[in-house]
Design a protein around this ligand. Sequence first.
Ligand code: BGC
Length: 726
Amino acid sequence: MPAFFLFFVLISCRQTIQLPEERQVFGFDPKFEPAIDSILQLLTLEEKVHMVHGSGTFVSGGVERLGIPELCYTDGPTGIREEIARSSWEPMNLTTDSVTFFPTGTALSATWNEELAFRYGKAIGSEANARGKHILLAPAVNIIRTPICGRNFEYFSEDPFLNSKLTVGYIRGLQSQNVAACVKHFAVNNQEFQRWNINVLMDERTLREIYLPVYKAAATEADAYTFMGAYNKFRSDWLCENDYLLHKILKEEWGYKGAVISDWGGTHSTVKAALAGLDVEMGGRFNQYFFSSLTDSVRVGLVPESVIDDKVRRILRVMYNCKTMDSTRIAGKTNTAENVQMVYDVACESIVLLKNERNLLPLNIDSIKSIAIIGENAMQVQSRGGFTASVKARYEITPLEGIKKKVANTIEIQYAPGYAEKFVIADTGGFWPYRYPDPNPNMELIEEAVTAAKNSDIAIIFAGNNRNVETEVVDRETLHLPFGQDELIKAVTAVNPNTIVVVIAGAACDLNITDSVASTILYAWFNGSEAGNALAAVLFGDVNPSGKLPFTIPVRLEDIGAHALHAYPGKNGEVEYTEGILVGYRWFDTQQIEPNYCFGHGLSYTVFEYTRARINRKAYSPDQEIKLTITVRNTGSLAGKETLQLYIRKKDSEVMRADKELKGFKKIELQPGEEKSLTITLDINDLAHYSMKQGCWIVETGEYNLLLGSSSRDIRKELVFRVKSL
Ligand code: BGC
């Protein structure tokens, strides 16, 4: 056995939480604890129980006698949901509740920009405040395990590191506005199929390395004030009464001080849920468990009163930290110029240039006389649909509007829908009737689009999904572009080689046909109120694209680990994640499967060169930091932004490891000819894997590779170092 197998550096068998400096700024402030203790003394058991369940669809109980207000909740995650009646799900049809539509989760994540995530959180927090909300049911951070999960557009990534970084930024920004985050859905809620009852199984290493890191970061780095327990089961226990996840891991191991709120209608018991760590029962059926029998359960001794005190203490902590009883609470505003600028900036930075083989982009306004704009998505509003993440937008600029605003005075624009949204209802006998997009092309619309494309210098096809195709409650059945779009793309590119395909989607789509016929592809998203303006800016070169894919686009659905192993959607109410830690690019790279577009991919209108990559040592002991420096140079003629990605590889591990794992990234802006030196610092603990044998995190000694690249498969520099024992 080689010598490096003999030594391990054991870390965090008992996790101790290091409090970073900024914790006091964004997190729970200990100065409120004495006041919370005093209030607790004054509350009767009935009053306390009243505070731990819903008193309306989106409110939980307050105590008027003591001036404790109700807590007001709202969805999230991409804008403040329209007002719903107090005790039903009926919209109130107000004229005063329209707000900014924020780019959805994968859009934010494609920016790879933590600072933008902070600004995003701050802006959405301000809008929540203006609408009198204390808790935003966001961010939604479940790992993208399969590209067909209906809620991927709300989530961030297939990668736990990128996921965690954006989540921490989002929460800190949000809570800086005195609005509590409600990090959802804790945990392992990675499919909509049977989400209300599926039992999820996986080994401990997979749980710790892939599915929990984002929650740990939310709890320990960002001090998220609340968490939402998911609908499904984990290891046979409902998530809202899962002692292992709620109590042992979240509250004991991570020392979490906030409150756990059930997903709406996700509670299944009184005593078990109360003892396992659920703090607030919410949902349409809000009078179910805690309301009806928690007081009696305490009286007969099934639940100690101290357990109720703990719940109320956590709720009061949220109230104090959000200043719900304080006149200095930030007032907030909706639709401000600052928020509009923020959503524009996120939209611009999120757009991914997948392919620009003939350098068609950026388009030159002066040399183009006519453009055919094709596809319903050019006119489609993406703020509505998708169930609870639907937003009543004050306005939303569609791609067609954005382009017209930019060039209609000088360029002739012709619009042709090219396809028409159509669903086929399939009664699968399930709780929810399944509707799938009709795959058949509409030949008349295609002919009309072909004529428009023939008569124009440039054709731009807006293809992809919409918020009825990607939605909560159902997963997609396939990755194929819906409504016969492949036929449309083939027909249009055949008559006009100057065709650009813009895919509007929140998750991966099958781009095989598009790729075989189109030279130029942009991936855009459900991109918020300013979507159309941002797209026009990228198409005409006012903004140089800098988005990078936060997930892999596979050639085939069966190439994804969960699908290759038939480990989705499960059988007999149970799904076992047998692909283990090999989620997303970890699977593709380890199994050497070529994706269509890899994780982290995204081109620019300029070119970046990486030079002078160095680390501060050749060998490290466990207490030392790895300090990497590298120079990035813009060798093209346009200013642009690049995201340097840092992956690690451990070849001779005693356990199976993924071929590479993202451990750092940095986004920088460079003028033409400019170069900058970047530094990324890694802790030795960042190299750890979770050992199932020893039940804790371990850093193996021996050799490691540091891979530096522009994507997970465009690695430009490789460095080798060793970890030695103390
Ligand atoms: C969703 C949550 C949402 C809640 C309240 C549930 O169906 O899973 O994400 O916050 O409803 O609308």
